[in-house]
Design a binder for this molecule. Structure first.
Ligand code: UD1
Ligand code: CA
Length: 486
């Protein structure tokens, strides 16, 4: 993954141009193509992560389709990058002309597309190094594809240099047989590129200015242009439709999971385990199938997550377990047990060795060490002390229809099953509530709050009011056997 590449910055890089103005028509989406996500980050974000690891002096992103959305996103993920607006699609050469306007006249420039999320900073570093070491005018990253359809083909000279790149639509039958293709990743000498792109023509099948034409212009001027074949064509895969989006997502999922497994994380079924690049997982954690861990989540050592669990921006402490649950913005303390079938919402903080059990929903709650909410409860807007037990089917009645109110429960309290805690309310240390209570007044420390009608039994009622039913028959025979009929 690209994050650790600060140390890879061996070669000077002055500019990066990211081409991202295309419509992405085949995505059939109202979202601009480069804003679609894999592994929790936009395609553009993945590309920028890879190039920013090279510490370029300046990054310019050519935007067009969905300009406002792309620029807004760019400002968020990469505030230093400069958007360049391409109003009409004039081709890759036109986009680079716009991006170079006002750029300083010399240096090295890297050009990439915004829709190739698998490009690694390692590969880019090697490309730039080869370019700078060789002193070439241009260096092009190429790949051999099993099916080169749609890509520009690489025409090499006998010494291996690049003569020109011919687009599929402009290629002869013989040229179309060539399997080596243009990845769309280039390093140029900036001054030479700036001069060459003033000479581009649109006399081609698409009537656009092709950046690739700069190659033959440079070579015609006696410059050297060299293709560098990448051993791993996976890296240059671009995304044009949702099928390719899913394919790249699966590749990145495998890369991420492999890295975690190598670092000591167990995954029972990596193919159904989806983890964002931003997630951290410690060694000896075990991830069960059907699990997604997203955003800023952190999973501690020896924790167990899944099966079928989603964690978004959650912290899971050492040795905790989260099973068959959906959790967002929650902190789960060490040794805590969550699930199965638990819904933790933002600002839930479960202390060490706590428990949030089956069919429990929590929101904006702090639960002290060792406290338990084992079954069928809603706990919202509350502070619960240590060692407290909240009985099955307790509801924290936090909403009066207009405002939300807080509930405070002390240490070692015992909330009886089916208690309604009508907030704002406070239950003291060591206090109890009787099962089935509707608690509307504070319960002091050590007291039991009883808030329910006193039971009365109406003897013989079933025989009088439900005669002829099986219940009445059962009551009758019970009476005949001498059992009490109440
Ligand atoms: C381009 C290359 C081709 C290469 C392929 C690799 C040219 C002429 N051809 O073809 O040799 O094999 O990439 O994927 O460059 N873009 C703009 N503005 C434009 C046109 C394109 O910003 O006016 C951006 C697109 O958003 C995209 C990138 O440039 O990110 C490449 O454009 P695209 O239309 O996909 O080029 P290809 O025809 O695939
Ligand atoms: Ca393309």
């Amino acid at each position: 993954m690209s994050a650790n590449a600060g140390s890879l910055c061996l070669s000077r890089l002055d500019y990066v141009i990211v081409l991202a103005a295309g419509e992405g028509t085949r995505m059939k989406s109202t979202t601009p193509k480069v804003l679609h996500s894999i592994a929790g980050a936009s395609l553009l974000n993945h590309v920028l992560n890879a190039v920013e690891a090279l510490a370029p002096a300046e990054v310019r992103v050519v935007v067009g389709a969905g300009r406002v959305e792309v620029e807004t996103h760019l400002a968020k993920i990469s505030p230093a990058a400069i958007p360049v607006f391409q109003e009409r699609r004039g081709g890759t050469g036109h986009a680079v002309q716009l991006a170079l306007a006002g750029a300083q006249a010399k240096g090295t420039v890297l050009i990439v597309a915004g829709d190739t999320p698998l490009l690694s900073s390692e590969t880019l570093t090697q490309l730039i190094k080869a370019h700078n070491d060789g002193g070439y005018a241009a260096t092009v990253l190429t790949a051999e594809l099993p099916d080169p359809t749609g890509y520009g083909r690489i025409i090499r000279a006998e010494n291996g240099d690049l003569i020109r790149i011919v687009e599929e639509r402009d290629a002869s039958d013989v040229e179309r047989e060539i399997e080596e293709i243009n990845s769309g990743v280039y390093v140029f000498d900036l001054a030479k590129l700036a001069k060459a792109i003033t000479q581009l023509s649109d006399a081609n099948a698409q009537g656009e200015l092709y950046l690739t034409q700069a190659i033959e212009i440079l070579r015609g001027a006696g410059e050297r242009v060299v293709p560098i074949l990448t051993p791993d064509f996976i890296e240059i895969l671009g995304i044009n439709d949702r099928i390719q989006l899913a394919e790249c997502a699966a590749i990145m999922r495998d890369q991420i999971n492999d890295t975690f497994m190598r670092s000591g994380v167990s995954m029972i079924d990596p193919t159904t385990t989806w983890i964002d690049t931003s997630v951290k997982i410690a060694g000896d954690a075990i991830i069960y199938p059907g699990t997604a861990i997203a955003g800023k989540s952190i999973v501690g050592p020896g924790a167990v997550v899944g099966p079928r669990t989603t964690l978004i921006d959650c912290e899971v402490g050492a040795g905790a377990s989260v099973i068959e649950s959906y959790c967002m913005g929650a902190v789960i303390g060490q040794g805590a047990k969550v699930g199965p079938f638990t819904f933790l919402r933002p600002d839930t903080v479960l202390g060490a060795d706590t428990r949030a059990g089956a069919f429990v929903e929590m929101k904006n709650v702090t639960v002290g060490e060792g406290s338990k909410v084992p079954h069928l409860s809603y706990v919202g807007d509350a502070t619960i002390g240590a060692g407290t037990n909240v009985g099955a089917a307790t509801i924290f009645v936090n909403y009066d229809g207009v405002n939300k109110h807080h509930t405070t429960i002390g240490d070692h309290a015992r909330i009886g099953s089916d208690t309604m805690l009508v907030a704002p309310i406070s239950i003291g240390d060591g206090a109890y509530t009787a099962a089935g209570s509707v608690i509307t007044e504070d319960v002091p420390a050590g007291a039991i709050g009883v808030g329910r009608a006193k039971q009365r039994n109406v003897l013989g009622w079933v025989l009088r009011k439900r005669s002829g039913t099986k219940s009445a028959d059962a009551a009758q025979s019970s009476a005949e056997k001498g059992k009490p009929t109440s």
